[in-house]
Design a protein around this ligand. Structure first.
Ligand code: 13P
Ligand code: SF4
Length: 352
């Protein structure tokens, strides 16, 4: 549905009043009505860099989810304030790894005698606590656009990687892009005693994968790939690496949201594409490329409900409050967590 013209006008007016004092970041999974007011759009990696590159903005309004706003707070200066227009915009994947669970896992690695040779690599989609754990133990953060480089670096620092919280991104990167076998991976399940793995398995593994996943991408199935191939002859299947290994293996192209956008820009007119990522982005891409046939990989999968929490009414409320001098929904990471999380984030930004 088209946006309420009154809200559009109010968002414009509040933004104009704030001028350079505010900078609005929009993740690719945000609604159209929100993307319209973003000063930049991007994937998680680009947005983290863009947030850090705006020292003149007093307020960073982050249209995305909680872990992204935390990362922005960590990477910006102390006097910059990061705002998340709806505090309920979390991420189910990030919630799958808590600090206590990760500490227990590290104890299990220690008991198995392998903690010393294990390097944590944590996906951006994790809480600041998990990023701080990663920094404390000499690891790095990665996003879906630099996971391979992060893993390559990690294997120069140690013999094994503890990859968290997305088992799929970890497995897909190690097996598809780096020549590891599925047998080189074990899954650590935080809900089972000892992670459900033996010390022997931990010692044998190269990749210790945390049992987490994205509730949106995890729903694409091998059936959806086979089904679209039978319906649309010659279709190119392009999916995000948060999809299951069998889906990624059956796809033609795999990459981050930024990669998906660039691939479609470069695709020839008349080509057909089935996209396995969040629906707001797929719909926007279909609209932007009327000369190509772009379909959603599986119609039973829907929006990321937490990304969708940020809507125009919440954005207007946040911008108008700031314009009137009231800071709402500020995301602040405590100093000690910030220190170690920043070590891990800066390690990512320094990857070759
Ligand atoms: P990217 O934008 O880095 O591809 O991440 C996808 C995602 O799930 C963000 O929540
Ligand atoms: Fe989290 Fe998945 Fe939503 Fe991204 S798409 S915010 S990983 S639940």
């Amino acid at each position: 549905a088209p946006s309420d013209p009154d809200l559009v006008e109010r968002a414009r007016a509040a933004k104009a009043k704030l001028g350079e004092r505010v900078f609005v970041l929009g993740h690719h999974y945000q609604r159209d009505e929100v993307i319209e007011f973003a000063d930049v759009t991007g994937d998680s990696f680009k947005l983290a860099r863009d947030a850090a590159a705006r020292p003149q903005a007093e307020y960073i309004v982050f249209c995305g989810v909680h872990f992204m706003a935390e990362s922005a707070d960590i990477l910006t200066s102390a006097d910059q304030q990061v705002i998340l227009p709806d505090l309920a915009a979390g991420c189910s994947m990030a919630d799958m790894a808590t600090a206590e669970q990760v500490a227990e896992c590290w104890d299990a690695l220690t008991d198995a005698g392998v903690a010393d040779v294990t390097v944590p690599v944590s996906y951006m989609n994790s809480s600041a606590d998990i990023k701080a754990f990663t920094g404390r133990h000499g690891g790095t953060i990665c996003t879906s656009s630099n996971a391979k480089r992060a893993l390559e670096w990690a294997f120069t620092q140690g013999e094994k990687v503890l990859f968290l919280p997305d088992q799929h991104l970890g497995r897909n990167t190690a097996v598809r892009e780096m020549g590891f076998s599925l047998d080189d991976c074990v899954v650590y399940n935080p809900h089972k005693p000892g992670g459900g793995v033996t010390a022997e398995q931990l010692r044998a593994a190269k990749m210790i994968l945390w049992r987490g996943h994205c509730s949106v991408h995890g729903r694409f199935s091998l059936d959806s790939v086979e089904d679209v191939r039978s319906r649309i002859p010659g279709v190119n299947v392009l999916v995000h690496p948060e999809c299951k290994h069998e889906v990624v293996t059956a796809a033609d192209y795999v990459g981050s949201t930024e990669y998906i956008i660039k691939t479609l820009e470069a695709a020839p007119a008349g080509s057909s594409w089935a996209i396995g990522t969040e629906l707001n982005l797929v719909r926007r891409l279909a609209k932007a490329h009327p000369d190509k046939r772009i379909v959603f990989l599986d119609k039973t999968v829907c929006f990321c409900s937490t990304m969708n929490r940020i809507d125009l009414p919440h954005l207007v409320w946040a911008l108008e409050s700031l314009a009137e001098g009231t800071v709402v929904n500020r995301i602040v990471v405590d100093e000690e967590t910030e220190h170690y999380a920043k070590v891990a984030l800066e390690q990512m930004l320094a990857l070759p």
